[in-house]
Design a protein around this ligand. Sequence first.
Ligand SMILES: C[S@@+](CC[C@H](N)C(=O)[O-])C[C@H]1O[C@@H](n2cnc3c(N)ncnc32)[C@H](O)[C@@H]1O
Length: 296
Amino acid sequence: MIEGQPSRTALMTAVQRAHHYLTAPEPKILRDDLAFALTGLESTEVLQSYLDAITAQFAALSDAETAKTFVSRIDGAVCMRSRVVEEKLAEADVEQLVILGAGLDSLAYRRPDLTANLQVFEVDHPATQQWKKDQITAANITVPDNVAFTAFDFENQTLAEALKAGGVRQDKPTFFTWLGVHMYLTDEAVKSTLNVMGAHAPGSEMVMDFISPSYVLAGGVAEDSVEQLKEVVMKMGEPIKSQYYEPELEERLNTAGFDRVDFLNARWLIDHYLDGVKAAFDMPDEATSILWAKRS
Ligand SMILES: C[S@@+](CC[C@H](N)C(=O)[O-])C[C@H]1O[C@@H](n2cnc3c(N)ncnc32)[C@H](O)[C@@H]1O
């Protein structure tokens, strides 16, 4: 992240959720009806220009058609990971929800049916969190009383201490979401974050997405997309610092205390969220980028 500035990738993912909500055909993967307001963009035309500019960056690294495919994949992945959270949270038996690296996530204001009975903690880098609070105020969004904000820097602070100071109880079953964050952190920060999550009470769960080393995805378009994403986000000042093989991540999660780990592959996501139609999320069937884990 650029020192003292809010995360630009947090704006990008909110733009993607907003675009999906405003333009995707029914049934939508995700209904984030607050995303557009949270971006602070003046109009849907400005939103479209923002996305066109991102697509142009990908096109400069490939060609217009490939760029369209990549951006559509990223849009799909961003909406699907939030949808997985909503579905898993609906089934979870937990008392706390901790949204790590929350960005402009709107779950706690948008889905009281899932969150009203939980203590919710939004944890994010101080600059991003302050920007989000400003966006919330500007958009006239009401933050429910059960939502608390904890400013935290994964690279320079201790998560366990920050959570404790923020009121998170380790002895309560807790649902963690960690969407679109690990890749911007060092391996050390990732490891210690997983350990902190896994140290929470039995019944705790987590959903995260992840990026594999490019060579796992060898075979053309999938591989290129990771390399090109790295270039695009690096230009935003948020270089990718960690990537994981599935087995490596599973081992880390087991060591951290999660004894059940489910990787959701592209075929499962397409069947569940896109009615089996691959065009909008054109990934190899076995590619995975989202996982759910539980400590029983
Ligand atoms: C791509 S955004 C994802 C935001 C949100 N989870 C979503 O799904 O839209 C990356 C998030 O990671 C956070 N982040 C990146 N590096 C961080 C750090 N060192 N400490 C705290 N947060 C960090 C950013 O502030 C931002 O909110």
